[in-house]
Structure formats: structure tokens, C-alpha cells
Write a protein that binds this ligand. Sequence first.
Ligand SMILES: Cc1cc2nc3c(=O)[nH]c(=O)nc-3n(C[C@H](O)[C@H](O)[C@H](O)COP(=O)(O)O)c2cc1C
Length: 401
Amino acid sequence: MGPSERICTPQNSGVPPAQAGEFQPLRIGSLSLETPVVLAPMAGVTNYPFRSLCRDYGAGLFVSEMITARGFLLGNKLTTKLAAVHPGEHPRSIQIYGSDPKDLGQMVARLVDEGIDHIDINFGCPVPKVTRQGGGSAIPAKPRLLARLVRAMVAHAQDVPVTVKMRIGIDAQTLTHMEAGRAAQEEGAAAVGLHARTAAQLYSGDADWEAIGQLKSALQVPVLGNGDIFECWDALRMMRETHCDGVIVGRGCLGRPWLFGEFVAVFSGQEPAPPPNLGGVLEVMEEHGRRLTELFGEELGVRQMRKWTSWYLRGFRGAAGVRAQLSRLGTFDEMRPLISTLGLEQAFPRQALRASRAKGGRTQRVKLPEGYLDDRDDDTPPKGPHTADEIRAWEKALGAG
Ligand SMILES: Cc1cc2nc3c(=O)[nH]c(=O)nc-3n(C[C@H](O)[C@H](O)[C@H](O)COP(=O)(O)O)c2cc1C
């Protein structure tokens, strides 16, 4: 396929594939990734079935959804399942959520014993339940606290790279990425991932790619740019514009795991294959369903698949008409007859390339503990969920599983 038949939106029609030698492999500590692309950690999404599906199409690093350190250490059933080791998953990458340095150190030590290859820490979660306690995206506002948490992890990581993922700040008045990025680097973080929005912005508006370039020019460790990569060409544009070392891709791959094959193509100088038609998408859905069933069992697997069906079918003609039935899916066998009624030869809809698949355009006033920003030098760890019941309630609120 030549550039004139390229299936993309107008802003990407003239973007050339990578030139030989234009981009270096992404080096994160001892890891070296020829295609500098990372699957974003996404709660309730990047479990093993989806990670393995994305990996089968492409290459890169495929990060787990966030795993709460406390839940992991307490042996919480769901957390344990989500953090489990799967044979053949290499490099194996986990994102941790936690704010107690002792918990973080212990979890890292255990993961290292199990042979983990990469550990990321979540300093970007904007959910009120989390920030109200001073966790997640509230942490970078206190660089000494962030430093303390990173230090606790790096101290137990041996030669496993620890990376940090954060946002650009709390809101437009409190931008924190430069100071927080430097603090992470100083404590031995092997790379810093930046979702170029504030916590107040949630997922709305355009990500501020200039902030990614600004951080890149200030740090020696690799910077991973994140925000609004919906087409493989966006990854090239982000790297060319910001000079970041790699990209993290979130919503763009929801219901589009083949995007990872497209990244491999464009980073190796080629035009990507066109996305599958509806029949091809249905086959991917069925494979995804098989993998969900293997890990979670049929009942929970089907329940999980319900939300995926609307992501997979986004933009196809007639999809709205079967949405209600698919959202009540009882068995995987019901998918084919229902979706076949839409015409399996339908080509992939161009307008679906940048369609919002999750997390609408809301903004928020970020909830912080009383007086939280009064002492930015404070490094006291916030209280997180502690008991098994509190952890379960948390994970439910955050959408894990
Ligand atoms: C459903 C969903 C769940 C998410 N869960 C997490 C998470 O567990 N950890 C995290 O660091 N970010 C999480 N994020 C944020 C993404 O990792 C990413 O930073 C964000 O979506 C911006 O990238 P994008 O524009 O490519 O989607 C989540 C995003 C979505 C849409």
C-alpha cells in the first residue's frame, strides 16, 4: 500500500515513515526496544489477555494495569491474578500503585525475585478517591515525597529498571513535571513517562506535547511521551516534534490491538497494512474472548468482553443497533451471529481512528487533602487503603479487573 491509499486522518496523510537510523532503540535501563512504543498501563484493560494480544501484533513494552502494593502484599485474590507471571511474557512489566515506601520496597523485592523485567510507578492517577488522600497525581506536587518513594523502590530493584509515570501537574496553576522529573532522575529512575495533561484535565482537550519536549530537554534519562497517539503516525510526529525517546499509547489501542503492528511497520520505514475489515475485527474479538476466558473463566471473561465490544465496533455501520444486545452478552457464541448482521465485509471506518473510546471530555477540580499544597517540601507518605476490604473497595473504584 502506498501513501496515497493510506488509511489515516488528514493531519497524518503526509507523515513519512521513519528514515533508516532516524530513531534509536528505546533503552530503559538494561532493556532495549527496537520499536520505541509502550502500551500504557490501563486499569481494567491491560491485563494479560490484552497485553498478549497486542504483543502478538507488534513489539515494545506492554505494561500491566496498576497493581496496588498493599493488595499484592496481602495476597488479595484479584491483585494476585492481575500480577501473575505468565510463561513467555518477556519483557514482563508491571505498574505499581502505592504510597508507602516500605510497601513499595517490599513489593519491588518480591517482583525482582520472580524475575520481573520492568517496574513502573503510578504518579498520575487523577481519581478523587486517590488524590483526596494525597496519592497518585498529587504526589509529584511534593518532589521530596516522590523522591522518597522512588528511592525506596530503586533500593530493592537491583538492576531492574524502575520508571515513573506522571502528569504535567495538578492544574494549570500547579505544574510539577519539571521538578518531579528531575527528582525521579536523581533517585535512579531509568525513564520518566509524561502524560501531558494535568490531573484537572483528566482526558479532555489536547495533550500538551510541548511539555514533553520541555522535559526531554531537561533530563538525561529517557523521556516517554504520552497523550493522544491514536494513529501510528502520531507516534512519529510526537517523537519528531518533542525529541522524546519513546511513546506510551493508551486509548488509541482500545479495540485496536493491531495498532502495535502498525508501529513496527512505520518505525522500520514501511507503510502499515490497512486495519482489518469487520470480519477481521470479529476474529480478533473472538481470540480476545478466548484469552479472557483462559485467565478469568467464561463468566467473568464474558462480562469483561461487554465493554470491549463497543470499542471494537466503534464507527462501523449499524453498530449502534446491536450495542444494547452486546452490552448484555451472555456467551461468546452470541457475538458472531449478532455482528454478522452488520455485514462482515465492511471496511474499517476512517472516522473511528481518533474516536474517543473511553474517558469522556470532562474536567475536574482536583480533590486534595486540606492544606496539601502549603508545604511542598513535606515528604510524609499519604495514607492509602490498608486492610483487604479497603483494597477491594479501592480496586473496584479504580476499575481494576
Ligand atoms: C481505561 C483507562 C484506564 C487507565 N488506567 C491507568 C492506570 O492504571 N495507570 C496509569 O498510569 N494510567 C492509567 N490510565 C492513563 C493512561 O495510561 C494514559 O496515560 C492516558 O490514557 C493518556 O494516554 P492516551 O491519550 O494515549 O490515552 C488509564 C487510562 C484509561 C483510558
